[in-house]
Write a protein that binds this ligand. Structure first.
Ligand code: TRP
Ligand code: ZN
Length: 898
């Protein structure tokens, strides 16, 4: 691909402010594919018309790595020219037929964008800008057209031929070929186009929606994988029913298809009526998939299905509006998974898991060189902006809207949004306006311009709170101050609208009634206060003693809350708060405080007692509490990650962070040995396998107990638990228990890990997704004196390794560079040098995957020496390559500018 560069030779940045409507509209597209792995022919016949709203301009069609054979305007050979990658035609009539004939080479397409081949099957990936790798087109989301697609291919090699919409016709052709003709009844942007052709089989289910309409649901996989499609199908059925029940949004197609491929850059793609998925988010049976896999499949199947409305029926005007569909759709999939939970505890567990992702991945992004607003202002390569900010922070912004207008009000807002904009390509402003307009008396409507700063200002706001109890007045004043640090291109920030859910507890843990100054009566439970000023005070009255404030219940705004809690207050919240999120949060704060303290301590080696007795006793109580669910216990007992701890520090010595956290883990393991044993025994499942939250929570806690027991055994020299763990590994009835046992042996560095790993590989050598787990467990394992990098290098030489397969590359390279800080950040810089080699190697194969890996060193400027200089040097080494993709170039250039 030719890099578009400016006069200085720098890649050109695309700016949101430069948006202009297209000079032409494309009303219909008729595509005919002659599929051949080495040379696929694409005949593209379009009907275009000039956009009367913009001044006359030449037609500029995007293309990338295409061989152009013919261009006809109204059936006549046309004069055209090439400008970089664009095909330009001057002097066109107001309306005309345009025919373009090109060829491309799917088998050489290692970028996995456009038309590619995976295991002898054709797939497409067009979002964001892949359609231009299939044919010349106005490849932008505001150009929406009706598509007719004819696929022609060898019938023996490609018996199944799929595209968007409805199958109109199929039949035989000479020379053992056949064809299928598909018509999509909805107009769509090019990024939602898809085709699939190959040897596939489908699980099918017919459903009748609430509105009485019948639909055919299909999940297409390779023949050997049919026994792993039940959960994906169930998730799809649940998704269809949920969207209709919660938001009144029905399935609008007779047929809805999901197809799985093992070569995919991301999780899945919402092509209209033909979702294409990474196998990782489709295939599951109890022997090969963990509970986490089951839960991810449910989320991703839901996510892509919900895009059918939030993305497909109403799409983005331009890629700066990406969060319009992604933030909203993540919010919808999070709500879906919560609504499928049987009880409040399981819902809270889901919320805590989502917040953990936000805080360990999005907060660092928002504090680093790639920080960008939920609606970015510029980009060089749009693929780099499929980020946790667009997705997860975008979802939090939608969630705050729901908090401000209430659940019913939000449902009204969604209804208005789809009524108003169905069939259109719109903006984040349009969305926020619709939610506000449906709730004219709400805080959101009142504060809309200020609320929209969440779209325009990057960075994680800090909310500092202080409490003051006035015994004479029997009042308690919470003083709030909000601020937001500078981010690239944004030096100063204006205050945000912060919906803060809060409550008050007595020192003994009782929930206190809430009465604000000026109110005649108190309320119970949780209050939402809406903060809008840089500083403001909230006064509660009628209080006999200083309360313990429970602030930001349910994590009602994506901010960092600073409150100088005493240990006693945190222990009160942990033991008593009615809000499970803040119970969990209190435990995290206690652990974090101890970690930060121990890291800062000047004494060289982290001494063994990082965690104090009060904390250990509190953890013991949680573990023993019969009223708490296992899943919740597992979350409370999980220490903050090294990444999250590091974010709290100004200067990060990753080895020190690792050492301290390992010391904390060892302490929790040994101090609670008897409780871990008890937890392990008490959480054995006897019945048939089911991935529901209750059973998976029990398995998670039992697995955590094994990890702790193996760790304690390593310290004490005991051999009983490692032996039991190996036995559990051998007779486990499901992958969750088996993998947890394997993980316990590997992470404790026990000698039994090696034979267990060998056995695991032998058992699952034909299950690619399980082999990914096998690789990633080893590359992510605890480093004992520098043994992991040599192991990772070994793993890359394993016959099962292939750097071209993104899942496999992620399972080894990313597991080491992004998920194993204690092994990656080495004082001798060898991890960084190896990283730079892999970024460069991957960049020549698959720029999207390379650019993700490039982000592993985003936070280099926070590192202590010698890490900092070594990391900077490694990034500079990548940046100095003359032939980098736009993707990787943008990431490393931004990193170095930090
Ligand atoms: N839109 C997809 C989703 O979030 C993700 C996606 C964007 C994607 N670009 C992609 C998937 C490229 C695969 C490859 O649901
Ligand atoms: Zn999405």
């Amino acid at each position: 691909m030719l890099l578009q560069r400016d006069a200085q030779g720098q890649p050109i940045a695309i700016r949101r402010d430069d948006y202009a409507a297209p000079a032409y509209w494309i009303d219909t597209v008729d595509l005919t594919f002659d599929l051949d792995p080495a040379k696929t022919r694409v005949l593209n016949r379009m009907r275009l018309r000039r956009n009367p709203d913009v001044p006359t301009q030449p037609l500029r069609l995007d293309g990338d790595e295409l061989n152009l054979a013919r261009v006809l305007v109204d059936g006549q050979g046309a004069t055209f020219r090439m400008e970089a990658d664009q095909l330009v035609i001057d002097a066109l009539p107001d309306a005309f037929d345009l025919e373009i004939f090109t060829t491309c080479c799917p088998v050489k397409n290692t970028k996995l964008m456009g038309l590619f081949v995976s295991e002898d099957t054709f797939f497409t990936q067009c979002e964001a800008e892949g359609f231009r790798r299939i044919t010349y087109f106005l490849d932008r989301p505001d150009v929406m057209a009706m598509y007719t697609v004819t696929l022609r291919a060898s019938k023996a090699a490609y018996p199944v031929l799929l595209s968007n919409g409805n199958l109109l016709e199929q039949g035989e052709l000479p020379d053992g070929r056949h064809f299928a003709k598909w018509v999509d009844p909805f107009k769509k942007p090019a990024y939602l186009f898809a085709l699939v052709a190959g040897k596939l089989v489908a699980r099918e289910q017919r459903i009748t929606a609430r509105n009485g309409k019948a639909h055919l649901l299909q999940v297409y996989v390779r023949a050997g994988d049919l026994d792993k499609t039940e959960h994906a199908m169930n998730s799809l059925v649940n998704s269809v029913l949920w969207d209709e029940a919660r938001f009144g949004l029905p399935l609008d197609l007779d047929r809805f298809m999901i197809v799985a491929t093992s070569d995919f850059n991301m999780g899945a793609m919402e092509n209209k009526g033909l979702n294409i998925f990474n196998t990782k988010y489709v295939l599951a049976n109890q022997a090969t998939a963990t509970d986490a896999d089951y839960s991810n499949i449910e989320s991703v199947v839901g996510h892509e299905y919900f895009h059918n409305w939030s993305g497909d029926r109403v799409t983005c005007r331009d890629w700066f509006q990406l969060s319009l569909k992604e933030g909203l759709t993540v919010f919808r999939d999070q709500e879906f998974s919560q609504d499928l939970c049987a009880d409040a505890s399981a819902r809270a567990v889901k919320r805590i898991e989502d917040v953990r992702v936000l805080r360990t991945a999005q907060f660092p992004e928002d504090a680093g060189p790639m920080a960008h607003p939920v609606r970015p202002d510029s980009y060089i390569e749009i693929s780099n902006f499929y980020t946790v900010t667009i997705y997860e922070k975008g979802s939090e912004v939608v969630r705050m809207m729901q908090t401000l207008v209430g659940r019913k009000g939000f449902e009204r807002g969604i209804t208005l949004y789809f009524e108003r904009f169905d069939g259109q390509a719109v903006t984040c402003d349009d969305f926020a306006q619709a939610i506000a307009d449906a709730n004219p008396d709400s805080d959101l409507a009142r504060l809309l311009p200020q609320f929209k700063r969440w779209y325009s200002q990057a960075g994680t706001p800090r909310l500092a709170a202080q409490g003051h109890y006035d015994a004479a007045a029997r009042s308690y004043t919470l003083s709030f101050t909000q601020s937001c640090p500078p981010t690239p291109g944004q030096a100063t920030k204006e205050p945000f609208v912060l919906p803060v859910n809060l409550g008050l507890l007595a020192a003994d843990g009782r929930a206190l009634p809430l009465q604000r100054e000026g109110e005649s009566e108190a309320t119970s439970g949780t209050r939402t206060v809406v903060l809008t000023e840089a500083s403001e005070q909230i006064v509660f009255v009628n209080l006999d003693a200083e309360p313990v404030p429970s602030i930001l219940r349910g994590f009602s705004a994506p901010v960092i809350l600073d409150f100088d809690y005493s240990d006693a207050q945190l222990l009160t919240l942990l033991a008593n708060d009615i809000d499970p999120f803040n119970r969990w949060e209190a435990g995290q704060r206690l652990a974090l405080r101890s970690a930060v303290h121990a890291i800062a301590a000047t004494s060289g080696a982290a001494d063994a007692s990082v965690l104090n007795d009060a904390y250990l006793e509190a953890m013991r109580s949680v573990l023993r509490d019969p009223a708490l669910d296992a899943a919740f216990k597992e979350l409370v007992l999980t220490l903050p990650s090294e990444t999250y701890i590091s974010e709290q520090l100004d200067v990060v010595d990753p080895q020190r962070v690792h050492t301290v956290r390992e010391a904390m883990r060892a302490q929790l393991a040994t101090a609670l040995v008897a409780d871990w044993e008890q937890a392990y025994e008490a959480n054995q499942d006897t019945g048939a396998y089911s991935p529901d939250p209750l059973s998976s929570g029990r398995r998670a806690l039992a697995g955590m107990a094994l990890v702790n027991l193996c760790l304690a055994a390593r310290i004490s020299g005991d051999t009983v638990w490692p032996g039991k763990t190996l036995q559990r590994f051998k007779d486990a009835g499901n992958m969750t228990d088996r993998f947890n046992a394997l993980h316990a042996l590997v992470s404790s560095g026990h000698a039994l890990a090696a034979p267990a790993l060998a056995r695991f590989h032998a058992l699952f050598k034909n299950e690619a997704l399980v082999i990914d787990k096998w690789f990633s467990l080893q590359a992510g394992a605890a480093d004992r004196g520098g043994d992991i990098l040599p192991l990772v290098k070994q793993l890359m030489k394993h016959p099962d390794f292939s750097i071209k397969n993104p899942n496999r590359a992620r399972s080894v390279i990313f597991s080491y560079c992004s998920a194993n800080p204690g092994a990656f950040h080495r004082p001798d810089a060898s991890g960084y040098v190896w990283w730079s080699d892999r970024v460069i190697e991957l960049d020549a194969i698959n720029p999207q995957v390379a650019a993700r890996l490039a982000r592993a060193l985003d936070r280099w400027s926070k590192l202590a020496e010698p890490y900092r200089s070594a990391a900077q040097e490694a990034i500079a080494r990548v940046a100095s390559r003359p032939d980098l993709s736009k993707d990787t170039h943008e990431v490393v250039t931004r990193a170095l500018a930090a």
